[in-house]
Design a protein around this ligand. Structure first.
Ligand SMILES: [Mg+2]
Length: 408
């Protein structure tokens, strides 16, 4: 009897808070979700994905981007982008047909079905396509529950620290030092610079310059800033080892992609030879690539990209693997919506930073969006809008067309 009363009271309270449909068998259909309220769950049929489209947006200057959109039977709409052409082609040609008709909340099951359903699924472009689908489903899930993705992932961090990626800035000594100081004053207390224009064939004079650039950057930044260097996989093991030993005294936070990511043995050897932490991962596809490097202590920083590695679902698993190995995950930032939500959802011990490619992100990359992610004083604030919080700005769109893979 006591139990029955308790049970009745529970259902009364649950009903008052809109929880009842979650637990009851009579499922209510929610109106369009709004923030700050508990949402009722939609019925099975309302959650059915009925449409996935790829939309090309064209601006007045001819700039263009592709976004992917989805819709459910119940009318919930999701969106992700901008996405790469390659990702769009694979997702559209090989995956969309397998996702239409599925329940929008089944992203894990859909991921497994897509991965198990193609003998080439370990490949880079296939996983880029899967990343597109997975991230789209995460936005859809956010729209269904009326919550930002990072909260659905369990996170509580409302801001994340960025590191400024300084690709494209002058490397003439005076200009480079001035830019490093200027960026630090803007809040970029963590900066990554690139030595990608050089190769071992350039000889000892260029090696000396590559060492000197690190000295100049450390001098400009002082000791209270984090400095990282990316070789964009242009070097070889002897060159990278020699350079790393010479710059150990400048306290680099990491040295990134000295050689191509396919060369695991070189990463293992380099990590043994230098005290500079080694980073890689933007060209890792799936958790298995990550595990190969971590179990050999080949890297200390994993830079898997949620638009390439298999999506948010995969990056979260990668974070778990990295945490077991005591490594950090600092996602590659060729794009930032998915990366910042994953980082905000994880412990700062595992995901302390997110990459912000200054020139690209401050350029026209997010031109069609009302609220492009922009750091203030070195920090990105997570949107409180549902999903990724992406909103397109009709004012900036001259033309909008639905495209398919064979049109690219
Ligand atoms: Mg890189």
């Amino acid at each position: 009897m006591k139990d029955k009363v308790k049970r009745r009271n529970f259902f009364k309270k649950a009903s008052a808070f809109g929880l009842l449909p979650i637990f009851g068998s009579g499922i209510a259909v929610s109106a369009k979700p709004s923030m700050g309220q508990l949402q009722s769950v939609q019925s099975e049929s309302d959650l059915k994905i009925t449409k996935i489209e790829f939309i090309r947006l064209i601006g007045s200057s001819g700039n263009r981007s592709i976004y992917v959109t989805a819709e459910t039977e119940g009318g919930t709409k999701g969106m992700y982008g901008p996405i790469d052409d390659d990702a769009m082609i694979l997702a559209d040609k090989l995956m969309v047909k397998k996702v239409i008709g599925r329940n929008a909340l089944e992203h894990e099951a859909i991921w497994n079905d897509l991965f198990d359903g193609d003998r080439h699924s370990r490949g880079s472009h296939y996983l880029m396509g899967m990343s597109t689908i997975d991230n789209l489903l995460w936005d859809l899930k956010g729209q269904i529950f009326g919550q930002p993705v990072y909260k659905i992932l369990g996170g509580s961090r409302k801001q994340v620290q960025v590191y400024g990626s300084c690709l494209g800035f002058s490397q003439e000594p005076d200009k480079m030092q001035a830019k490093a100081r200027e960026l630090k004053a803007e809040g970029y207390t963590h900066q990554k610079w690139f030595l990608n224009q050089t190769s071992p064939e350039d000889g000892p004079a260029v090696m000396a310059e590559n060492v000197e650039k690190v000295r100049l950057l450390r001098e400009a930044l002082g000791d209270d800033a984090d400095l990282m260097i990316d070789a964009l996989f242009n070097w070889n093991l002897p060159y990278a080892t020699s350079w790393a030993k010479q710059v150990e005294k400048y306290n680099l936070r990491w040295f990134e992609e000295p050689v191509p990511a396919a060369n695991l043995d070189a990463f293992i050897e380099l990590s043994r030879e230098t005290s500079v932490p080694i980073a890689s991962g933007e060209h890792f596809y799936g958790r298995w690539d990550v595990q190969k490097f971590l179990k050999e202590d080949a890297i200390r920083v994993v830079q898997a990209d949620p638009e390439w590695c298999g999506g948010i679902s995969e990056l979260v698993k990668i974070c778990a693997i990295a945490s077991v190995h005591g490594a950090q995950v600092i996602p590659h930032g060729h794009s930032i919506h998915a990366a910042m939500h994953v980082v905000a959802s994880q412990s700062p011990d595992v995901c302390p930073l997110v990459e912000y490619l200054i020139n690209k992100m401050n350029g026209d990359y997010y031109d069609f969006e009302k609220n492009p992610p922009r750091p203030v004083n070195g920090k990105l604030t997570l949107p409180d809008r549902p999903g990724f919080g992406i909103e397109l700005d009709p004012e900036k769109i001259s033309k909008r067309e639905v495209i398919t893979w064979h049109e690219l």
